[in-house]
Design a protein around this ligand. Structure first.
Ligand code: GLN
Length: 548
């Protein structure tokens, strides 16, 4: 019998519900319980793909090509799972299918309503994931904050699931902020009490409460939360500030949260195994070395725009016992003040992430040129890969004003051009080249030494690619395409053999990076930055990508 755990949030958004959800999953997993996680997002977009990363954070991409909320990234990293687009449910998706069914005549004769039609569709989607994944426990995190108008149908659906599945198979966890006053140091539980009341007004009584606060809550705060929340004191947990998010499952486990959930849901479990995770956290907290990397990007003002990349650097750093500090630099600054480019020479590596549109692209090209000409380790992802081709075409192959047609439609050398299948695509949502595709790796290349395999599957999200017309010229001048699609038409990885480390990929390795299984391209880059800095060899990545 599958069990359902629902996680709601109160007081504020961004209190770390995603991390708590992932941590609950981790605690259960260490006990040998199989889990999956769903994010329900009340916004009306059908998926996160049409939102600006600068406002909403990065768009996460699943193997099956889903463009999802970034919380799926946290679930995948913490739980080492490959989720599907079904694990993200939005208002847009739900209404879209209800309206399509209505038009088809599936509800002929009835008045289509939020209850039961919309709530049934939400429940159907949650149960569909439960059935397909074959897990013991499905975690469902409700996006937003209780009290939001748009979240109501979702809360109503999960309320009904208690009725349908019964007490023993359902559990509600409410996560809410407990602010601590600067002057008196008082822990204020009133906002949390109000959010519990709001939840009850909808008909949900939480079974457990996680207080999110700066420090561990004191006895008095715990007593009040339990009293006003109508739960026993041992059902109150605290997610306090820690140095690394990867510590959160450990601190909650130490408070007995995993045992509490397993008992409450009557799940048979084994003694939890934490050694691998603890080892990873230990390295993250006490690295031996440090490297500084310049991230030259367009959404540098919001760290969440690059969250998977940021985490991939931590994972790669851990294996090298190194902390990776990323400086988020606005590429446009290098266009306005070209002299500031010189400052990039002080970094151990230069990283150009994904991106869209012309803003900042010349600044990125200039940064890539500086990396190539000064032999500074370079990693480019997606747009970073495409602009590395542009830079090489202009400054090595002599193709003046070479560009991507995304930036300049009338460039004389369109070295990056729209993917042929993209011509005529008018609908913007969900139509890029998405998800995992097979890539052939060339023997005796840097790529091969990192992936140790002739065939890999990596996740994509793009409309443009290397124009195959220019492939012979680029190759003639020394650019190596060490990863290509099976038919050889699509360029997937580039490298320069004479440079210390100059590597870029059309795909996004960061989406498959896990704490104890770092992604090869990020690992290769971090390792090279470290080796260049220390002048000696960094630890080797073992074939199975796990920490040795
Ligand atoms: N804008 C480029 C494209 O659409 C790169 C996309 C990306 O960096 N994800 O191909």
């Amino acid at each position: 019998m599958v069990k359902y755990v629902f996680i709601t949030g109160g007081v504020l958004s961004s209190v770390g519900k995603g991390i708590v959800t992932s941590s609950v999953g981790k605690m259960l997993q260490t006990k040998g319980i199989k889990v999956t996680a769903i994010k329900v997002d009340p916004y009306v977009n059908v998926d996160a793909g049409t939102m600006n990363p600068y406002m909403h954070g990065e768009v996460y991409v699943t193997d099956d090509g889903g463009e999802t909320d970034l919380d799926l990234g946290w679930y995948e990293r913490f739980l080492d799972l490959n989720l599907t687009m079904d694990n993200n449910v939005t208002t847009g998706m739900v209404y879209k299918s209800v309206i399509e069914k209505e038009r088809k005549g599936n509800y002929l004769g009835s008045c289509v309503q939020i209850v039961p039609h919309v709530t049934d569709e939400i429940k159907r989607r949650i149960q569909n994931v439960a059935r397909k994944s074959g897990v013991d426990v499905v975690l469902t995190e409700c996006g937003g904050t209780v009290g939001d108008i748009e979240g109501l149908p979702f809360l109503e659906a999960i309320r009904q699931m208690r009725l349908e599945k019964g007490y023993e198979d359902t559990l509600y966890i409410h996560v809410a902020l407990v602010p601590i006053l600067d002057v008196t140091k008082e822990m204020k539980t009133k906002p949390l009490q109000h959010s519990v009341n709001e939840l009850r007004r909808i008909g949900i009584q939480p079974d457990m409460i996680v207080a999110r606060s700066r420090e561990m809550i004191n006895k008095e705060a715990r007593r009040k939360i339990a009293l006003f929340g109508t739960i026993p004191e041992n059902a109150v947990f605290c997610s306090f500030n820690v140095e690394s998010v990867y510590e959160v499952p450990i601190i909650l486990h130490k408070q007995g949260m995993g045992d509490f959930i397993a008992q409450r849901l009557n799940l048979s479990s084994r003694k939890p195994q934490w050694s691998e995770w603890e080892k990873f956290v230990e390295i993250i907290l006490h690295p031996r070395n440090k490297i500084n990397i310049a991230l030259v990007g367009k959404y540098a003002g919001l760290a969440d725009s690059y969250v998977s990349m940021n985490e991939a650097f931590k994972h790669a750093g851990a294996i090298c016992q190194t902390s990776v500090s990323l400086d988020y630099l606005e590429a446009e600054r290098f266009e306005r003040q070209p002299k500031t480019l010189e400052s990039l020479k002080n970094y151990d590596g230069i990283f150009v992430p994904y991106g869209f549109g012309p803003r900042g692209s010349e600044g990125k090209v200039a940064a890539i040129r500086l990396a190539r000409e000064n032999n500074i380790p370079f990693l480019g992802i997606c747009y970073g890969f495409q602009l590395a081709v542009v830079e090489f075409a202009r400054h090595v192959c002599g193709m003046k004003d070479a560009n991507s047609t995304e930036i300049n439609a009338s460039t004389p050398f369109p070295v990056i051009d729209l993917i042929p299948e993209q011509h005529g695509v008018k609908i913007k949502g969900g139509t890029m080249r998405l998800g995992a595709h097979k890539i052939k790796i060339k023997a005796e290349t840097v790529a091969y030494s990192l992936y140790l395999s002739e065939e890999i599957y990596e996740r994509h999200r793009h409309r443009y690619e290397v124009n195959p017309f220019y492939k012979p010229t680029l190759l003639k001048h020394g650019l190596v395409f060490s990863g290509q699609s099976v038919d050889g038409k699509r360029m997937e990885i580039l490298e320069l053999s004479n440079n210390f480390f100059f590597f870029a990929s059309q795909f996004h390795g960061e989406f498959k990076s896990r704490p104890t299984k770092p992604d090869p391209e990020y690992y290769g880059f971090v390792k090279s930055c470290l080796e260049r800095k220390l002048g000696k060899t960094a630890p080797k990545l073992v074939a199975n990508r796990s920490v040795d």
